[in-house]
Design a protein around this ligand. Structure first.
Ligand code: PEP
Ligand code: MG
Length: 318
């Protein structure tokens, strides 16, 4: 079966009705681009930059170290687009020092993580933004911001991106253009998509956190893992309406949470209108196999039924 899948590497990801689907890789280190290309990824949909910051005993990576790491990932993808997400530390991804540790806070998933952590330390955030903008001189880059929920966070973030550009200009340091994207992974964001579409070029749905926050289920707590349900009607509604609103405005939208790499959900996401999936490289060929067998016209009507169902899982079973 593995061999059969590997033959799909060079097969274009096109549905039976001719829809081209974008299959992207999630990576944690620049070297992971090797596995991404090997799996036939059409780009990196999520570079989790926090992995450059985690597990270090000394200093956090400075601008130069980050620039080199992002540049290696960009060059590794040989001209394919790379989506770099700014740090998402905190909660399930604690730093070893300095920043929030899970045992320091009563509710770390609701605490100072991701963009909140970045905005709390603008000098550090600016260094990361400059590193990404400099790396963007070496290939196509999308800049992705995690965990946004508030209009004020959007405004502060965009102002800092602008400031980082001005700092590089003033210093005469080369940098490149980026498309700006927002993670949709907090229900408040999924319920205010027009606001996000006004400010961003693309959206990326982080279903891992969107499920956690919609259902009030800690994604890392095994005692409640039986309730962590991607097919809860509330989750499906938020995912579907995000996709529909982005597409209506002609803006890019992808899913980069685990749902994107789950072959049992590929047809449902296609039916909701999703045309871009980002996942661990090891899942790409199996998802492509599902896509090659799918007809999005037929799936669209069926997905509407699933969205109306009390028990969506029952409809997926048959
Ligand atoms: C997500 O929340 O779905 C996501 C892709 O981000 P992470 O898993 O890194 O929190
Ligand atoms: Mg997340």
């Amino acid at each position: 079966e593995r061999e059969k899948l590997s033959r799909l590497k060079h097969t274009p990801a096109v549905t039976l009705d001719g829809q081209k689907i974008e299959l992207l890789a999630n990576i944690e280190q620049p070297n992971d681009t090797v596995a991404a290309l090997k799996a036939g990824a059409m780009g990196v949909g999520l570079f989790r930059s926090e992995f450059l910051f985690m597990g270090r005993s000394g200093q956090l990576p400075d601008e130069e170290e980050q620039y080199q790491a992002y540049r290696r990932a960009i060059e590794g993808m040989q001209g394919l687009p790379v989506t770099i997400r700014t740090v998402d530390v905190g909660a399930d991804k604690p730093l070893d020092r300095g920043a929030p540790r899970s045992d320091d806070h009563l509710n770390p998933a609701l605490g100072l993580r991701a963009i909140r952590w970045s905005l709390a330390d603008p000098a550090m955030f600016l260094a990361q933004l400059r590193a990404i903008l400099r790396a963007a001189a070496h290939g196509p880059v999308n800049l992705l911001i995690p965990m946004l929920a508030h209009g004020s966070e959007i405004r502060q973030t965009l102002a800092l991106v602008q400031r980082a550009r001005e700092q590089l200009d003033a210093a005469g340091v080369p940098h490149g253009p980026v498309k700006l994207g927002a993670m949709i992974e907090v229900p408040a964001a999924a319920l205010t998509i027009p606001l996000f579409l006004r400010h961003f070029d693309f959206l990326s749905i982080g279903t891992n956190d969107l499920i956690q926050y919609t259902l009030a289920i800690d994604r890392a707590d095994e005692a409640v893992s039986h309730l962590y349900d991607p097919l809860h009607p509330a989750v499906l509604q938020l995912v579907a309406s995000t996709i529909a609103q982005a597409r209506e405005q002609g803006k890019g939208v992808s899913v980069c949470g685990e749902m994107a790499g789950d072959v049992t959900l590929t047809r449902l996401l296609l039916g909701m209108g999703l045309r871009s999936f980002s996942m661990h490289p090891s899942q790409i060929l199996a998802v492509k196999q599902q896509i090659l067998r799918s007809d999005t016209v037929k799936l669209a009507g069926w997905a509407q039924e699933v969205l109306r169902a009390d028990d969506p899982a029952a409809l997926l079973a048959d």
